[in-house]
Structure formats: structure tokens, C-alpha cells
Ligand binder design. Structure first.
Ligand SMILES: [Zn+2]
Ligand SMILES: [Zn+2]
Length: 232
């Protein structure tokens, strides 16, 4: 069995604190995680950097990003070019499909994901949308997501678990379990719905908030890294 954490933010995201190097070094020490994806908000560059550098750390990484669609957040994988933000969900799924990619719906109906139910229902009932949107997070950063569980059962979506990590400590605490070990097996398992969400004793929300605040303060005192500098 393999374990994948497919929802990790780096400092290419405005709210992610750690660099790709720091994330890879950390994941290399986690024994249970086989595959990761950096999924920054509307940015693919960090994820591509991660894919390129991961083999040196004996980690498999797949390319991904978290897209802010007009109808809420969407995770896209196995893409080579960035997908534009702000477009309707169904159109965004079609663009992911054009690149041979797959999508997972993150943290369904949580208030910060701002999902619009009519658009989501339209996408899930549309053959083109459904061919690309193969999975849904049933465990997210806040624990079990009952909307995700219900939608997965109703539409036959793959039941995924991801950390939505913004600090190192959260990475791998929630994973998607799949048969096999590598990215190819993972892709096959996602499309066939042969995955399940696994929660590995997560740190408390208080600990995560504390870690976020501490790291953020430390980073602000350090000279900016390349991606931070890019944003100035
Ligand atoms: Zn999100
Ligand atoms: Zn996220």
C-alpha cells in the first residue's frame, strides 16, 4: 500500500511558509509517505520545481495546483501548464482534461473554499466534468468532511484524504491510501476509485496555529527566499 499527501502548500503560495527544499527534506524523513503534490494557490511553478527535485530525495512528486475557480477551489494534477483562475468550474475541468490531467475537489463546502453547489452539481452530472473530477476530500485539514463523504457515495468519487499543509508539521498527517507505491499506481487508483482516506494522529489545531505563527515570524526576520522575492 502507498500513501499520498496531494495537498501541500509551499511559499509559492501566499499562505504557505516553507520552501520546496524544506518540504522535500521533511518528507524524506516521513516513512509512510510515498507520493506528494505541491498544490499552491493558482501557481504551478513550485510544484514543477518539486517534481524535478524530488528524485534526489527518493520521493515521488506529481505536478499540481489549487485553482481558485469562479465556483470554488479545485485541485488539478498531472498538468504541465498553469490553469487560469476565475473561470467556471466546468470550463476549468475541461482545461485540465485537455492536458490529460485529473482533479480532486478539496475541503468541499468549507466556508473558505466558497464552493457553489449548483456549479458543482452541474460539473458532477456532466460527462466531461465527471471524467476529470475523479475524487473528493472526505478528510481535510479540519477532519472528516461529511459533505465529502456524502458526495463521494452519491457520485462514486474516489475518497481522498489530504493535509492541506501550510506548515511542515501537518504534511502527511492525512493521506490518501492506494494500492501500489508510485505515481502511476496512484493515478490508476484515483480513476478507479480504489483509494481511501487515512488520518494519522494529526497535531491539534492549537499546535498547528502556534507553529504557523512561530514560523511566519521567523521567516519574516530572514532574508526572503526566491519565491518571496518574486512577489515583492
Ligand atoms: Zn483551498
Ligand atoms: Zn489548500
Amino acid at each position: 500500500m502507498g500513501y499520498a499527501d496531494l495537498h501541500i502548500h509551499s511559499n509559492y503560495s501566499l499562505d504557505g511558509l516553507h520552501s520546496i527544499s524544506q518540504i522535500l527534506r521533511h518528507v524524506a524523513q516521513l516513512e509512510h509517505v510515498n507520493v506528494i503534490a505541491i498544490t499552491d494557490h493558482d501557481v504551478l511553478r513550485g510544484s514543477l520545481e518539486c517534481v524535478e527535485r524530488a528524485p534526489r530525495f527518493h520521493i515521488q512528486a506529481i505536478p499540481g495546483m489549487e485553482i481558485t475557480t469562479a465556483d470554488g477551489h479545485l485541485l488539478a494534477y498531472f498538468i504541465q501548464r498553469p490553469i487560469p483562475a476565475g473561470r467556471p468550474l466546468l470550463e476549468t475541468l475541461a482545461r485540465i482534461g485537455e492536458q490529460g490531467g485529473l482533479a480532486i475537489l478539496p475541503h468541499p463546502m468549507r466556508f473558505w473554499g466558497s464552493h457553489r453547489w449548483p456549479a458543482l452539481r452541474e460539473a458532477l452530472n456532466h460527462p466531461e466534468g465527471r471524467a476529470v473530477l475523479v475524487g473528493i476530500e472526505v478528510i481535510d485539514a479540519w477532519g472528516e468532511n461529511r459533505h465529502g463523504v456524502r458526495l463521494a457515495a452519491h457520485y462514486g468519487l474516489a475518497c481522498c484524504g489530504n493535509s492541506d499543509a501550510h506548515v511542515l508539521e501537518a504534511i502527511g498527517q492525512t493521506c490518501t491510501q492506494f494500492p501500489g507505491e508510485g505515481a502511476i499506481s496512484l493515478r490508476e487508483a484515483l480513476t478507479q476509485g480504489q483509494v481511501r482516506a487515512r488520518l494519522f494522529s494529526p497535531p491539534s489545531l492549537y499546535d498547528l496555529a502556534l507553529s504557523y505563527a512561530r514560523t511566519r515570524r521567523k521567516i519574516q526576520k530572514e532574508p526572503p527566499t526566491q519565491p518571496l522575492a518574486d512577489r515583492l
